[in-house]
Design a protein around this ligand. Structure first.
Ligand SMILES: [Fe+2]
Length: 190
């Protein structure tokens, strides 16, 4: 069974995973596995630092944090991290979340490329930011609360194979569609 399915505990989490698979057009692809690793890294840092997290909010945010890369130009209005907020809103509203949880999930998505700590927005926000950084720059792991040994164990269980190529393909498609002016919106926060 794909690692993502093992994480599912609630209907909202299942709906988010199903939506991600629709967007990606595949099950257990490089993006899905990236999302699984991001959630696992964030949850592990929370466990080690004894930080409270809203697990459902964190997992839904992890599934959708890069999701707007799959939207076409007619559906894109801002930096992709901002456009990705809509997925959190849709899932939260469909599953009766209160406004604070929807905002927390959306902020966790939108702020994951911010260059500075985001604790003031909530533990989930900063934890996913750190997790995504560890994914893209693995040597940063000790700086953001985890050891490389934990990362290597996770990589064996949820392989990174294809991640960089997949992201490059999505970014290239975006640039072809919208021109190089789209690049700052992909890589920079708001
Ligand atoms: Fe990511």
């Amino acid at each position: 069974m794909p690692a993502a399915d093992d994480l599912i505990q609630t209907p909202a989490e299942q709906a988010a995973l199903t939506r991600l698979r629709e967007l990606a057009g595949t099950t257990d692809g490089p993006m899905e596995r990236h999302c699984v690793r991001c959630f696992t890294l964030a949850e592990e840092v929370a466990r080690r630092k004894q930080l409270d997290i809203d697990r459902e909010v964190l997992l839904v945010a992890a599934f959708f944090h890069d999701a707007a890369l799959y939207l076409d130009g007619t559906q894109r209005h801002a930096a992709y991290v901002t456009d990705s907020r809509v997925f959190a809103t849709e899932i939260g509203e469909a599953h009766g979340w209160d406004a604070a949880r929807i905002t927390r999930c959306a902020d966790t998505i939108e702020r994951h490329h911010e260059p500075t700590p985001q604790w003031s927005y909530g533990n989930e926000v900063e934890l996913l930011r750190r997790a995504d950084l560890m994914e893209l720059v693995p040597p940063s792991a000790p700086l953001v609360g985890l050891d490389l040994g934990f990362l290597r164990g996770l990589w064996r269980r949820v392989p990174r194979k294809g991640l960089y190529g997949h992201i490059a393909m999505l970014v290239t498609a975006d640039v072809r569609r919208a021109g190089p002016g789209v690049l700052p919106g992909i890589f920079l926060p708001r």
